[in-house]
Design a protein. Structure first.
Length: 89
């Protein structure tokens, strides 16, 4: 009996290289990227036209992999490990 593992990954940077390490035979589906814009006044008392804009991009990816039932426990434990275990910044 085959089981399916479905994971949605979210990050601020591109994660394509991490996905291949995590689940090498997974089917990858890109989800829409969300973006938030923030506008901040540089000096609120003197010049209102002087502004700075910042943006935050969140990239999402959907992974789906079929595994056998006896491999499922190993795969789920691998997915639950934190990202810092792989040496990310």
């Amino acid at each position: 009996m085959a089981a399916q593992i479905r994971v949605v990954m979210k990050s601020f940077v591109s994660q394509s290289n991490r996905v291949s390490e995590l689940m090498p035979n997974a089917k990858k589906i890109g989800l829409p990227e969300s973006r938030a814009l923030f506008t901040v006044l540089r000096s609120p008392h003197t010049d209102k036209k002087s502004r700075e804009q910042f943006s935050m991009h969140v990239k999402k990816q959907f992974l789906e992999q079929k595994v056998e039932a006896h491999e499922l426990r190993k795969k789920v434990l691998l997915v639950k490990t934190p990202a810092c275990a792989w040496g990310s910044v």
